[in-house]
Design a protein around this ligand. Structure first.
Ligand code: FAD
Length: 318
């Protein structure tokens, strides 16, 4: 069976969930070979093996410490040469997409970004994408070279599938460009303790109906009762009620959680573009004619200031 390279997104050996999702998808098209780089790379092996990695290629060097992408591209290229895989899968983060694009260019391959599903095909893996503000679903495959595919978080359920997970050291020679850039300063963002918006299994969002920055506390309280991330519509962000980093939509982030709860959001096409692929959608809106109700699984017609605190209390009581 053909091998499929999976780029491992981890923090000091703790593997992030999108990588485990990639392993699930990789098993549909071949045998996953994971590539783990940087501090704690070898510590990722056990969890990767539990989720189907037949082999884990590891490499650590100081070059990886500063979040620069070129050393990682060098390593992934070395892994590509060593394995000759049927495909290379990378999580669709900002970093993942840059790594994938640079790798595809280096190895002369085609790239598919932001896939939401993956299946085996006679002429290579077939990727599903949601395009044009989520108005269409397309299926495509790479017709030149080894397909390099980035996959959006929450596109597949994580499934355990124990495999050998043999650890092997990857031989990497860094290119000149790998050391050509230096990080001069780093300012860590204050942590909210909530999950990352694009990776969260549950997202609770607020829109213009929240009517003020101070009222976002009720959206946050509901999010915290569910262990969710907080999102916002552009109207709420433009009004200065919530940070731009939390905007969901065409010009914000694209999320695909198991559960998306939209509060006081009308459901404009540009907002839908960023959340339409959520598995279950719930909306609270006082206007029964609001377009958001066209795509919900469950809708509550009511005032969010009545409904949301009651929902939070009920969830906390369980
Ligand atoms: P509104 O459309 O004003 O809706 C507010 C809703 O709240 C209404 O349905 C109302 O009934 C309800 N409401 C009011 N009070 C209450 C209450 N007390 N209880 C319950 N419900 C209540 N938008 C995005 O979100 N993300 C994007 O990335 C984005 N990109 C854009 C890109 C472009 C190029 C353009 C042109 C627009 C973009 N927009 C984006 C803006 C988008 O068109 C809408 O204007 C925006 O999504 C509206 O936000 P909203 O639903 O919060 O506000």
């Amino acid at each position: 069976m053909a091998e499929v390279l999976v780029y491992v997104d981890h923090v000091d050996g703790a593997v992030r969930k999108p990588t485990l999702e990639l392993l699930t998808l990789a098993r549909r098209i071949g045998e996953p070979v994971a590539v783990a780089l940087g501090n704690g790379a070898a510590d990722t092996a056990a969890v990767l093996a539990e989720h189907g990695a037949v082999k884990v290629l590891t490499h650590d060097a100081s070059e990886y410490a500063d979040y620069l992408v070129v050393p990682k591209v060098d390593a992934l290229q070395a892994a590509h040469e060593a394995v000759s895989p049927a495909a290379v899968l990378v999580p669709s983060s900002a970093e993942g997409k840059e790594i994938a694009a640079r790798l595809a260019l280096r190895i002369g391959s085609g790239i598919i970004t932001d896939a939401v599903d993956l299946e085996a095909g006679g002429e290579g893996p077939v990727a599903t994408q949601s395009v044009f503000a989520a108005s269409f679903t397309t299926k495509s495959r790479v017709s030149k070279g080894t397909p390099v595919i980035t996959v959006k978080p929450n596109s597949a359920a994580v499934e355990a599938a124990p495999a050998a997970g043999t650890v092997e050291a990857l031989a990497v020679t860094f290119s000149e460009k790998a050391t050509g850039t230096k990080v001069t300063a780093r300012t860590p963002r204050e942590s909210t303790g909530r999950p990352e918006l694009t990776e969260a299994a549950i997202v609770v969002s607020g829109g213009r109906g929240v009517n003020g920055a101070e009222n976002f506390s009720i959206i946050e309280a509901l999010a915290d009762s569910l262990g969710a991330a907080v999102g916002a519509s552009r109207a709420a962000v433009d009004a200065g009620w919530y940070p731009h980093t939390n905007q969901v939509g065409q010009t914000g982030k694209s999320v695909s959680p198991q559960l998306y709860i939209a509060n006081g959001i009308s459901g404009a096409i540009q907002h839908r573009a960023g959340m339409q692929t959520s598995k279950t959608i719930v909306a609270v809106n006082k206007d029964a004619e609001a377009p958001i109700f066209e795509l919900v699984d469950y809708g509550v017609v009511g005032d969010l200031f009545d409904v949301v605190p009651q929902l939070t209390d009920e969830i906390k009581a369980r």
